[in-house]
Design a binder for this molecule. Structure first.
Ligand code: ARG
Length: 467
């Protein structure tokens, strides 16, 4: 074995001792992961720092060796950040690239870094550290979006729009209430990410290849250094477990699903046919041929991006299916799906956090639409129930009144009182209060209802829960 690793790395393998011929060139490229795992470099270096300090702490390395390793790792990190590192395919992955570079820089001490460690527990540690950081960054966007929704909901607590079932006008609701429904979805996404983070934040290092190590390691020390909540209890599980990545992808798929539901509504609402909202120009693009066009690209793209995240969830589930303990090379395939799920969710959340708070409600159009489709018919039925008519009979009466309006091409609120009384003589002048849109929404005045007062109260409770 030579120390010529970086000058002449072609063919050098840190594990090459028992091999009698060089790796096939295609196999080398086929089995390498450096093309995509290089993004773990900062976390790989952080893990190595903690491992080296621990080895010093328990007396496996002397303090000069630990210092040399730490200095060398600092330099490598700076080199990488400066763009001054050319990754080597023949060194396979980010772990061996960094270790080889370290040895090249500091000599013998570099060769001691891997004492009591394997790439199996190293890579599991790296991914957990990386994912933990990314979850935290995603949560920043999620919280920005949650707060943006609250602002917008508060501003629109009184704005009336049609509520839909089957995409048919059903009953009037407030736009603020609709936005608070989005808020609830996203609040659950946030809780899922926080919960997933707990299972991400467990330290595998110390499991070594699969069985643990003969050195007197101190895993709690490493966990403290790296901010892990606990150490993995079983070495076989520690190197093979990817549940946390699957859980993240599941949470990401569901969060993306929510964003696609909002996207669909944003696309519909910004169309000329609905014209309920205006999206800021900076989130839209035009057409190269049709000068009049303003397309809602951001929601459309997010709606499309759910496909890859759902796919990554299935990839990871399938990757783990039937895998025997402990580490298998299959697990190298965990990274690309996980990374892309992270990037996609993070980007989508960021775009929404930037865009949603700046939606402009076109209240007049919303109101006009809410007046169509007899959206206060249920209010009329409820009115009749209050006058002592059984709900089923009230339903029938109102159905007849709606049929009359359709014939006369008018709204329930425009029916002359005498006509209403033809269907039911219990109806009085006060009926018109419940037939208005304002009366209808204000009457749904309980926790979870659409009344403006309830929307304001919900916003207030939500704000306190975020604080
Ligand atoms: N590049 C590998 C991966 O991503 C690192 C672990 C390799 N371990 C091994 N025994 N070959 O999974």
């Amino acid at each position: 074995m030579t120390d010529q690793r970086l000058q002449d790395d072609q063919g050098y393998k840190p594990w090459g001792g028992r091999f009698s011929e060089p790796t096939d060139a295609f196999v080398e490229a086929f089995t390498a992961s450096i093309q995509f795992d290089q993004r773990l470099y900062r976390h790989d270096i952080a893990g190595s720092r903690a491992h080296a300090r621990m080895l010093g702490h328990v007396g496996v390395l002397d303090s000069a060796e630990v210092d040399a390793i730490l200095n060398g790792l600092d330099e490598i990190e700076a080199d990488i950040e400066r763009g001054g590192v050319e990754w080597s395919i023949s060194l396979e992955d980010v772990h061996m690239n960094i270790e080889a570079r370290l040895t090249d820089k500091i000599g013998i001490a570099g060769k001691k870094l891997h004492t009591g460690r394997s790439r199996n527990d190293q890579v599991a540690t790296d991914i957990r550290l990386y994912l933990r950081d990314e979850i935290d960054a995603i949560l920043v966007e999620v919280e920005r979006l949650l707060r943006g929704l609250l602002e917008l909901a508060e501003k629109n607590a009184d704005t009336i729009m049609p509520g839909f079932t089957h995409l048919q006008v059903a009953q009037p609701v407030t736009f603020g209430h609709h936005l608070m429904a989005w808020f609830e979805m996203l609040k659950r996404d946030r809780a899922r990410l926080l919960d997933c983070r707990k299972r991400v934040n467990v330290l595998p290092l110390g499991a070594a290849a699969l069985a643990g190590t003969t050195y007197p390691i101190d895993r709690e020390f490493v966990a403290r250094e790296l901010g892990f909540d606990s150490v993995a209890e079983n070495s076989l599980d520690a190197v093979s477990d990817r549940d946390f990545a699957i859980e993240f992808c599941a949470a990401a798929a569901l969060a993306m699903t929510h964003l696609t539901r909002w996207s669909e509504e944003l696309v519909l609402w910004s169309s000329a046919q609905f014209a309920f909202i205006k999206l800021p120009d900076r989130f839209c693009t035009g057409s190269s041929i049709m000068p009049q066009k303003k397309n809602p690209d951001v929601p459309e793209l997010v709606r499309g991006k759910v496909g890859r995240v759902n796919g990554h969830l299935i990839s990871l589930l399938t990757l783990m299916k039937s895998q025997p303990l402990a580490y298998n090379k299959d697990n190298q395939e965990d990274k690309e799906p996980l990374f892309d799920a992270i990037d996609t969710l993070r980007g989508s959340m960021r775009a929404f956090a930037d865009m949603v708070p700046h939606l402009e409600a076109r209240a007049d159009n919303m109101r006009k639409a809410a007046k169509q489709g007899f959206s206060t018919a249920t209010d009329l039925a409820d009115y009749l129930v209050r006058k002592g008519i059984p709900f089923r009979d009230a339903h029938e009466v109102v159905g007849n009144a709606v049929a009359w309006c359709e014939e006369a091409n008018c709204d329930l609120a425009d029916m002359p009182l005498v006509e209403l009384q033809n269907f039911c003589d219990g109806i009085g002048e006060d009926v018109f209060e419940v037939l208005t849109l304002e009366g209808s929404v204000a009457a749904r005045d309980h926790i979870g209802g659409t009344a403006p007062a309830q929307v304001r109260a919900a916003v207030e409770r939500a704000r306190a829960s975020l604080a």
